[in-house]
Design a protein. Structure first.
Length: 223
């Protein structure tokens, strides 16, 4: 199977987790795009979607799926039973690295607001320890130099993502050279760096379920 076929297969496997008639949280990226397309193809009946990026919101609306912002969803009192999104890395405890597409802050917010986080990915994203994929951090532009210096002191190799601005108007620093033994602790440490808006470790709010596709099919992992 091609990489695209693996992404579509795991996106399809997430459809039974959708609670019809309720709101749905929807992530960002190529695998999430397949999931959005399949939502429309299968004509699943949902009350609306809360998207983690402008790109996903545009794709959802293009299929005629109503999009609510998170404040509207909270005000409605309905809640978000399920959030479906991809990942750049998944460890055995279902801790994640996310943010390769630059939507990490909104992804983390929607995940935090959802009752169940279903992560969809192919087998290549599974690792024994997080850190092979460069860890993204969303940073206020005036703090780029300061945060880069602190990340270097922590043993990382920071690189500012050139020509990229997040939906929130901020910059991204990608940090390579890390081996993250304690994702929860390291997530907290990074959040306390002045100028960091959000980091791409999803450990305090990890995935509840991971659906992982390979040539042998889709397997389900639980935290």
């Amino acid at each position: 199977m091609t990489a695209d076929e693996l992404k579509r297969a795991v996106a399809r496997a997430a459809l039974p987790h959708v609670v019809q008639g309720e709101l749905l949280g929807v992530g960002t990226g190529s695998t999430a795009n397949h999931f959005i397309d399949l939502l429309a193809e299968e004509q699943l009946q949902i009350a609306g979607a809360v998207a983690s990026s402008e790109a996903s919101a545009t794709r959802l609306r293009g299929h005629g799926i109503p999009v609510l912002d998170l404040e509207e969803a909270i005000a409605s009192g309905r809640g978000i039973p399920v959030y479906v999104d991809g990942a750049d890395e998944i460890d055995p405890g279902l801790n994640l690295i996310k943010g390769g597409g630059g939507a990490l802050t909104r992804e983390k917010i929607v995940a935090a607001a959802s009752e169940c986080f279903v992560c969809i990915a192919d087998q290549s994203k599974c690792v024994d320890q997080l850190g092979h994929f460069p860890l993204p951090l969303e940073v206020i532009p005036m703090a780029l130099g300061l945060v880069s210096r602190e990340l270097s002191r922590m043993g990382g190799l920071p690189a500012i993502r050139k020509g990229f601005v997040t939906d929130n108007g901020h910059a991204i620093i990608d940090v390579s050279g890390l081996r993250i033994a304690d994702p929860v602790l390291f997530e907290s440490e990074l959040d306390h760096l002045a100028g960091v808006v959000c980091n791409g470790l999803f450990a305090r709010r990890r995935a509840d379920i991971a659906l992982v596709s390979s040539a042998d099919g889709v397997r389900t992992l639980r935290a």
